[in-house]
Design a protein. Sequence first.
Length: 278
Amino acid sequence: MLRSMYSGISGLKNFQTKLDVVANNIANVNTYGYKKSRITFKDAISQTIATASEGTETTAGTRQRGGTNPIQVGLGMEIGSIDTVFTEGSLQTTGRILDLAISGGDSYFVVSDDEQIYYTRAGNFYLDNDGYLVTADGYLVRGYDDSNPDQPGAPIRIEIDDDFAGFSIAPDGRVIIQKNDGTLDDSQVIVLAIFNNPEGLSKVGGNLFVESQNSGAPSYGTAGDTFGTINSGKLEMSNVDLTEEFTEMIVAQRAFQSNARIITTSDEILQELVNLKR
């Protein structure tokens, strides 16, 4: 009897976690570059009541008794994984030069502060008072260094001085600065990073990821081929599908109710057993 009650409790706990995951996805439906999460389940350990047995034969080779299958009772369920789904979100046109979106590749922008390198798909960038390209939280957007391709290069900087006439960002990530005399400076290129296992990246908030032991080390490069294309004037939207999330929410809600019913039914049967003593 207690087995059924504890199985129901495991269902309540884990489907509550599923609702937490679904709610977070829905909350981030309009978050630029957000990658939705999904939860999977697995059955818990099973209690073996009887083990399997093989058939027996007589000395003459005649089948005497057939084999039997194991008899086991499951003890509920548990969380198998909570994954990040890295499918590409749709692109929204903004017309703003510093809004950048990666299309056609599983790469990431590389940003950093004094202590850590981060990776992001959210390309809503800005210029600070010194002309550095930064995120909304002030993280510096890094460039590509031909002389040291194993590490991100120096931060991208657009110096706005008396000779400055304008700038643009090419699909290959080149930052093209135009001077008043008509000359162009395209020496800076935005670096991108790819991973062998992007699903192994760890979320740290603020649309940022950090590498983990299971993601592998990043490979740095520039837009094109494997790394995809940088689209200026566009932003990658969240890859959350509201229809799918609301469906998952209904499924989780009904499963939660069913597991709660298991607990109340087990309690009623226990109460009947207690009443037998009267």
